[in-house]
Design a protein around this ligand. Structure first.
Ligand code: GDP
Ligand code: IMO
Ligand code: MG
Length: 424
């Protein structure tokens, strides 16, 4: 009864610090559930200096008595899952009775990763994580995908693997790697993996609704970010799922009527990994300084992240399509030493000023950002707990953002550790 359920979404191109905020908020929730994506995500959690990067397991796992769910909207590579469970168990985490995974989630098979790499070897690459995400969702929507529930009928499962492999080798006839696979050993390997993780799989749509009926609060953890959304992002430079808040319902079976709010996570500047348009990208020393102080390297692939100023046009768009009710701003501390800090308030396009986000990359590539400049706060944010005691320059910066997007900033993260947080 009276459970409070929130969706938490990234409002940029991913890596906003979602893992940190989910971990920090988890104490107020009974359940944390992932609803889309797969091991393309890299969510960093630092507790008392100890760092863990999670890819599939929800970021609530370090909070006592939390149930973690991986929902039906995700795509799961059993190899990556087994590895991650192994790391957590070695760390002393007992996952039995705490981790539940949807039988309706789709399986990433070795051929998905091969196809991801083949596609990425072309000149019009997306810059994917090569984790097999796109090809697995491709099979899902082509109604050819394989779900974990297919283990309930292994005869059909074997037939599906064989049929899919035949189909894919026909599409990619030049791939020696694909040709070297055979359906029998793919099945044997998968069955072996399932033997290790099968105990975690249930119909999580029933479980989640039961927990809600019992009064448990659910935090729905988005991976990636709004601008990587397959519908609303900079298509085709996107991931193949819906990180936006609507995806939280379809990706878990929790109905929209049960959602009480949406927490949006935004970095005080912008980063992007992979290809695609990025209007406020900086190619100068300022961009380098942000990357250096912010340690902007991908948590999953280690690739350097492209860096630029905060883009309020893009942020407002993300706030609107997600229905964001409160914002957590992260990594402002990275800008502590800057003399000047800029935010983009408009785009110039064909001699006109616009404040809407053209998601089409072949338009977005041609906009010129128009900036408002702020004086740096030139003081250390980390260690502070009281917003009103912070410097006027910093408060003006936050208040400008709030006024622009018309949503309150409730959390200010001042460092990577769980403890580095100001609640406003
Ligand atoms: P996620 O994918 O959204 O969970 O974000 P990532 O973990 O990929 O990247 C965020 C990075 O910033 C990680 O290295 C975090 O430890 C770090 N981080 C998160 N919040 C803050 C913050 O407020 N300040 C600083 N300096 N680092 C932060
Ligand atoms: P978290 O959850 C940042 C990007 C990739 C690429 C595009 C498509 O840590 O914020 P994919 O492998 O999904 O097909 O790649 O999406 N991408 C991310 N960028 N953070 C992520 O996750 C990402 N997951 C995918 O770099 O541009
Ligand atoms: Mg990340």
């Amino acid at each position: 009864m009276n459970s409070k359920n929130y969706v938490l979404v990234g409002l940029q191109w991913g890596d906003e610090g979602k893992g940190k905020i989910v971990d920090m908020l988890s104490k107020d929730f009974g359940v944390v559930a992932r609803y889309q994506g797969g091991a393309n995500a890299g969510h960093t959690i630092i507790i008392n200096g100890r760092k863990t990067v999670l890819h599939l397991i929800p970021s609530g796992i370090f909070t006592d008595n939390i149930v973690c769910v991986i929902g039906n909207g995700t795509v799961i590579d059993p190899e990556a899952l087994i590895e991650e469970i192994g790391i957590l168990e070695k760390d002393g985490q007992n996952l039995d009775g705490r981790l539940f995974i949807s039988k309706d989630a789709h399986i990433i098979l070795p051929y998905h990763k091969i196809i991801d790499s083949i596609n990425e070897s072309k000149s019009d690459k997306i810059g994917t994580t090569k984790k097999g995400i796109g090809p697995s969702y491709f099979d899902k929507y082509a109604r050819r995908g394989i779900k974990f529930s297919d283990f309930d009928n292994t005869k059909i499962l074997k037939e599906k693997i064989s049929k899919n492999l035949g189909y894919l080798t026909a599409i990619f006839p030049d791939s020696a790697e694909l040709k070297s696979l055979n359906a029998e050993s793919l099945y044997e390997n998968l069955a072996d993996q399932y033997g290790k993780i099968g105990k975690y799989f249930v119909q999580t749509q029933y479980l989640l609704n039961k927990l809600i009926a019992e009064g448990k609060n659910v935090l729905l953890e988005g991976a990636q970010g709004a601008l990587l959304d397959v519908d609303f992002g900079t298509y085709p430079y996107i991931t193949s799922s819906n990180p936006t808040s609507g995806g939280a319902c379809t990706g878990t079976g929790i109905p929209p009527t049960m959602i009480n709010g949406v927490i949006g996570i935004v970095k005080a500047y912008t980063t992007r990994v992979g290809e695609g348009p990025f209007p406020t990208e900086l190619f100068d020393d300022t961009g380098k300084k942000i990357a250096e102080i912010g340690v902007e390297f991908g948590a999953t692939t280690g690739r350097p992240r492209r860096c630029g100023w905060l883009d309020l046009v893009a942020l407002k768009y993300a706030v609107i399509i997600n229905g964001v009710t409160e914002i957590a701003i992260t990594k402002s501390d990275v800008l502590d030493t800057f003399d000047e800090i800029k935010v983009c308030t408009h785009y110039e396009l064909n001699d006109e000023l616009i404040d809407t986000f053209p998601s089409n990359p072949y338009v977005l590539d041609y906009v010129n950002p128009v900036y408002k400049s702020f004086k740096g706060w030139k003081s250390q944010l980390k260690g502070n707990k009281d917003f009103s005691a912070l410097s006027k320059n910093f408060r003006s910066y936050i208040e400008f953002i709030e006024d622009y997007v018309k949503v309150p900033v409730k959390y200010i993260s001042t460092g990577p550790d769980r403890a580095d947080i100001i609640i406003k």
